[in-house]
Design a protein around this ligand. Structure first.
Ligand code: XMP
Length: 588
């Protein structure tokens, strides 16, 4: 929805940091977008600067991401980062070699001469993540910095405005990374400060009015940040009579969620916010379903049915309506290696009516230019309360994928390292999904277990993908059993209760701000009188693609465990020690 081409383009060679580079440039105040690496020089002629991202490939491999070499002759400043640095060397007559060994992690930058990139930069820590190296620089270039393994850490040809750096300025571990990007964007490219989120809201509202014309907009709002902010913008742009929000209560929501969402929209002045109570339908769809992928499929199909029913009864398919969606920038980009495939495990099927609206262009997506943190800032600007815009992500299939099931009763097995629970959870190793048992340790969670023992155990044993520690239990681990269970209302209510208890506790202690997400999982493991266990899964993450376990203060954890064990059906409280990979954030 943007008229002018952004000043800075980041060419995507498949690196996991591509979007991070664009975000950093925007944070510095210049509008940047991401385009495929091979975008033609002709298309980039109006840009003020070009950044070629890092990526996992090797320049000599057939089929590896490439650039249009003409971009190096446009006279527009180019900064190659990591693989981008190697591409510049490769195209201009330097050489790139397989590294003797890869270099991952911190290294020391040693500046060799003055350079426009180095204004205000000192010899300091940089972050490396590469295998190949530039082994000789192209004619016309000079070495501007060196470092341990890679030797040529940076090179430039100031006359042609070409710059290459082997390290990653976009990550916080590179001490002067921000300064280097700032030098490139404002010093070398002479870009203007044209990106300020607080000024975007009126622009986006104007765009919404232009697209909608005299038609009304309806949204399926999920209660997530993106759809809520998108709907709020339409509400502001078109007025409450013309913006409809429909929220499907699947019965798989957290405690108080529907009331919370309703309250937020009431505060925002929505008149046409409808809640569709579909709990019975979803519970029926999940009746006797045990398998995680089947659960997702059942929920997805049920969503389609509910949406079809709503589209028909509310007459949303007639010509006076268009569909609003909360699509954000990273969702719109098809790029080489930055696959989102494992982030969303199974997509909801597309409703035929919604597909028809999309095909006929009757769709409005106000947030397609923005990153998540920008969506939050826009939401804040548009008056969405902070307790809403700052909330943790929550998966579409809801608590169903945190409510584990079992087909039959089974005993646990004592192994050398702990107790093997005959129940399976999903994990991810390499690019592949795993579905394996869980090893429970008799110990309390601690630094050593999280950092060393748990990862070593998952590596060693091929029958597990997760290790959990025991916070407290009403019986010895050896006396626990797995009980037959599916997703039922009583189990969901118990999980809602446990989850709400954890959330309230974390808000009180401030732990909420130390984690990116904190799933609470219900597992049908226990003793006859208390057949369920609660697993705590607090993690830190940047974007959900990888995650680290976060430990809680032992005294806080003890108090929380006591509270959870007061729930009569709960036999034990566990703490997930598994990073992602090899575990996924969610258990299913
Ligand atoms: P995993 O479990 O794959 O989760 O490590 C990564 C992030 O994605 C969220 N997630 C989902 N979100 N629909 C969603 O909208 C889904 O089906 C889904 N599955 C996982 C998860 O909560 C975490 O933030």
């Amino acid at each position: 929805m943007e008229a002018n081409a952004p000043q800075i383009v980041v060419l995507d060679t498949g690196g996991q940091y591509t979007h991070l580079i664009a975000r950093r440039v925007r944070e510095l105040g210049a509008y940047a977008d991401v385009q495929p690496s091979n975008t033609s020089a002709a298309e980039l002629r109006t840009r003020k600067g070009i950044i070629i991202s890092g990526g996992p490939a090797s320049v000599y491999e057939p089929g590896s991401p490439d650039i249009d070499p003409q971009i190096l002759r446009l006279g527009i400043p180019v900064l190659g980062i990591c693989y981008g640095h190697q591409l510049i060397a490769y195209h201009l007559g330097g050489t790139v070699q397989k590294g003797v060994r890869g270099e991952y992690g911190p290294a020391q930058l040693s500046l060799s001469c003055d350079d426009a990139l180095w204004n205000g930069v000192e010899n300091s820590q940089i972050w490396m993540s590469h295998f190949d190296v530039v082994s000789s620089i192209p004619p016309g270039f000079r070495l501007t910095a060196s470092s341990g393994v890679s030797g040529i850490a940076a090179m430039s040809d100031p006359g042609r405005k070409l710059f290459g750096i082997q390290f990653h300025p976009e990550v916080v571990h590179t001490r002067f990374g921000k300064q280097i990007l700032e030098n490139f964007i404002f010093g070398i490219c002479a870009a203007n400060k044209d990106w300020n989120i607080s000024q975007r809201v009126p622009v986006v509202e104007e765009q919404i009015r232009a697209i909608a014309g005299d038609r009304n907009v309806f949204f399926f709002v999920s209660g997530g940040v993106d759809s809520t902010v998108a709907y709020t913008l339409c509400l502001r742009a078109l007025g409450p009579d013309r913006a409809y929000g429909i929220y499907v209560d699947t019965g798989l929501m957290r405690k108080g969620e529907t009331e919370f969402v309703r309250g937020v929209f009431r505060e925002l002045g929505a008149k046409n916010f409808l809640v569709d109570d579909a709990e019975q339908e979803f519970l029926a769809a999940l009746h006797r379903v045990h398998d995680p992928e089947e659960k997702r499929r059942a929920i997805g199909e049920q969503f389609v049915k509910v949406q079809e029913r709503i589209l028909a009864t509310e007459h949303f398919l007639d010509g006076t309506w268009i569909l609003g969606q909360g699509t954000i920038y990273p969702d719109t980009i098809e790029s080489g290696g930055t696959a989102k495939a494992d982030l969303i495990k199974t997509h909801h099927n597309r409703v035929a009516g919604i597909q028809a609206l999309i095909d006929s262009g009757r769709i409005i997506e106000p947030l397609t230019s923005f990153y998540k943190d920008e969506v939050r800032a826009i939401g804040h600007e548009a008056g969405v309360p902070d307790r809403f815009v700052m909330r943790h992500p929550f998966p579409g299939p809801g608590l169903a994928i945190r409510c584990l099931c079992a087909k039959e009763r089974a005993g646990v097995a004592r192994a050398a390292d702990g107790v093997l629970l005959p129940i399976r959870s999903v994990g991810v190793q390499g690019d592949a999904r795993s579905y394996r048992n869980i090893l429970a340790l008799d110990e309390q969670p601690n630094e050593h277990l999280a950092a060393q023992a748990a990862p070593a155990l998952v590596n060693k044993r091929s029958d597990i993908n997760r290790v959990i520690a025991t916070c407290g239990a009403k019986a010895r681990l050896d006396d626990l059993s797995v009980f037959e269970a599916t997703v039922t209302k009583p189990r969901l209510d118990l999980l809602r209760e446990a989850d709400a208890l954890v959330r309230e506790f974390c808000l009180q202690t401030g732990f909420e701000n130390q984690v990116w997400q904190f799933p609470v999982v219900l597992v049908p493991v226990g003793i006859e009188q208390a057949r369920e266990a609660v697993v705590l899964r607090p993690i830190q993450s940047m974007d959900g693609m990888t995650a680290d376990t976060v430990l809680m203060e032992p005294r806080d954890l003890e108090r929380l465990t006591e509270k959870l064990l007061e729930l009569p059906a709960v036999s034990a409280v566990f703490y997930d020690l598994t990073h992602k990979p090899p575990g996924t954030i969610e258990w299913e």
